[in-house]
Design a protein around this ligand. Sequence first.
Ligand code: FE2
Length: 230
Amino acid sequence: MKRSEINAIIRDADNFLKQQRFYLPPFSYWTPDEWTTKGEEVREIVDRRLGWDITDFGQGDYEKIGLFVFTVRNGGPENLKTGAGKTYCEKVLVVDVDQITPLHFHWLKTEDIINRGGGNLIVQLYNASPDEGLLDTDVTVRMDGVAVTVKAGGTVTLTPGESITLEPYCYHKFWGAESRVLVGEVSKVNDDNTDNRFYEPVGRFPAIEEDEAPLHLLVNDYERYYNTAK
Ligand SMILES: [Fe+2]
């Protein structure tokens, strides 16, 4: 993705979030220059990869296959091991009409995907086989505490206020309908480097062509700008 495209997506999503009355934390708006002055006090943001995370899944067509993510809070593997501290994660997603997040499941993470406003969110579901293929068995999920069963490859529609709980080994693919959707994700601690099993090979993070300066840093940019030696 070009940096200019990422900057435009950030501006646009930030406006949408404000329209929806969802406000991001202060570190969202630090500039790259400000990041170079930060020290050990912001270690949690860097290590837990909090912040802007925009991806075209390596497919080069963000509007068709892409996702806007902002990770608001997240713990680490030590929290899962001990059961203490931040064992949870919260993200906010922006999903456009017919903009696909490709079919995937998580080995460890159980997540609630929540329609927090805007249009509808369509979620397609399959059970994964032990060898991570697609089963043709019915899929039972819980939607706001109510068990719902669909055929393999069937879809459920989340209208504003509705949510779905996705357990490990439940394949899911989603996209927006009617209009842009503000989506919340509340889950177990999340590591996007290790806990995404995509059915078809895609990249979780985009390669970036630096055609202008970053407006704000993506989580993958921290390494280049953040230096605790200062
Ligand atoms: Fe997921």
